[in-house]
Design a protein around this ligand. Structure first.
Ligand code: SF4
Length: 274
C-alpha cells in the first residue's frame, strides 16, 4: 500500500506500547507504519546499534552465537563499524551480553512463569475532546510473567529484558503499560486488587535489574494521564490525516521511511547548501 491510499479509518482500534512511543516521537512515522507504507530495512548506523543488532539476531534465533565474529566483520566491511574498531573486544562483549540474557531467560522464577503471551484490554472511556464514549483495545506481550511472594501474599510480576547499555525512562513506562493490560485482561472493568511487581533485567553486568512496585492507583493514573490523551490525539489527527514529521537527523537516518519522508529529505538538502 502506498501513501496515496491510506486506510479509511477514523478511529484507532488498538494500541501497543511501541506504537504509543512511535507516535509521541514522530507522528508521521506512526502514520506511515499504520498505513503499511512499504518500509526499507533499517540500516544499522552506530557501533552501539550494531552490537544490539548482533545480540538481537542471536537471541531471536535468526543467527547462531558462533556467527557473531562473522557478522561483526561484515558490519566493518560495510563501513558500519569504523576500521579502528577492536573486533575481538566487541565480540567478547557481545558474547557476554548474550550469555547474561540467556541465563536470565532460563532462570525459572516461578512454576507459573509464562513467556510471550498476548494480553488484551478493551479500554473504554469518556473522551475529554468529544464528551462521547470512546474505546481502544490495548495490547501487550511481556517477555515474561511470574509470581512473587511477599509476606505470604502472591504478587504478579512482569519482566522485560533489555539489551541496551543504558536505562531509559521508556523502559519503565513500557512495563506500566504492560501492567495495565495484564491487570485488566479478561477482567473487564475489575482491576487486580494489589500491586504488580515490575522488573527490568539489563543484559549487562554493569546495570543492576530495576525493580518497582506499581500499585493500582499508579496504573490508573498512568492510563488516564499518559495513554488516554495519546489515543484521543491520534483519533483527532485521523480526522484530518494531519500527522506532522518530527525531524531529528540522528534518529531519522535510521528511520525505515527516511527515503519517503519529504521533511527529512528537505532537511538534508538544506544542510548540504549551508
Ligand atoms: S524520517 Fe524522521 S521525520 Fe520522517 S518519518 Fe522518519 S522519523 Fe519521522
Amino acid at each position: 500500500m502506498n501513501t496515496d491510499q491510506p486506510r479509511k479509518r477514523r478511529k484507532l482500534r488498538s494500541l501497543c506500547y511501541s506504537e504509543l512511543k512511535r507516535f509521541t516521537s514522530c507522528p508521521k512515522q506512526f502514520w506511515l507504519r499504520y498505513n503499511r507504507v512499504d518500509e526499507e530495512s533499517v540500516t544499522v548506523e552506530t557501533p552501539e546499534a550494531a552490537k544490539g543488532e548482533v545480540v538481537h539476531r542471536v537471541l531471536s534465533g535468526q543467527d547462531h552465537p558462533r556467527r557473531v565474529k562473522k557478522i561483526l566483520e561484515k558490519f566493518q566491511a560495510e563501513g558500519i563499524l569504523p576500521p579502528e574498531t577492536d573486533l575481538v573486544a566487541m565480540e567478547k562483549d557481545c558474547h557476554s551480553v548474550i550469555k547474561i540474557a540467556q541465563e536470565q531467560k532460563k532462570a525459572d522464577l516461578s512454576p507459573k512463569t509464562k513467556t510471550e503471551k498476548l494480553f488484551f484490554y478493551n479500554f473504554s472511556f469518556m473522551s475529554k475532546r468529544t464528551g462521547a464514549k470512546d474505546e481502544c483495545t490495548l495490547v501487550t506481550k511481556p517477555d515474561r510473567l511470574g509470581e512473587f511472594e511477599e509476606k505470604g501474599k502472591i504478587i504478579p510480576e512482569i519482566i522485560e529484558l533489555k539489551t541496551s547499555d543504558k536505562p531509559h525512562s521508556s523502559h519503565l513506562k513500557q512495563l506500566l503499560f504492560a501492567a495495565i493490560v495484564y491487570s485488566r485482561h479478561n477482567l473487564r472493568d475489575k482491576w487486580l486488587s494489589g500491586p504488580v511487581r515490575l522488573v527490568i533485567n539489563y543484559a549487562s553486568k554493569l546495570i543492576q535489574p530495576e525493580i518497582r512496585f506499581a500499585g493500582q492507583y499508579r496504573l490508573e493514573e498512568y492510563l488516564e494521564k499518559e495513554v488516554q490523551p495519546v489515543i484521543e490525539e491520534i483519533n483527532e489527527r485521523m480526522e484530518t490525516e494531519d500527522f506532522p514529521a518530527n525531524v531529528i537527523p540522528g534518529r531519522c537516518k535510521s528511520c525505515p521511511f527516511a527515503a519517503q519522508c519529504d521533511e527529512y529529505q528537505t532537511s538534508l538538502t538544506q544542510d548540504s547548501i549551508l
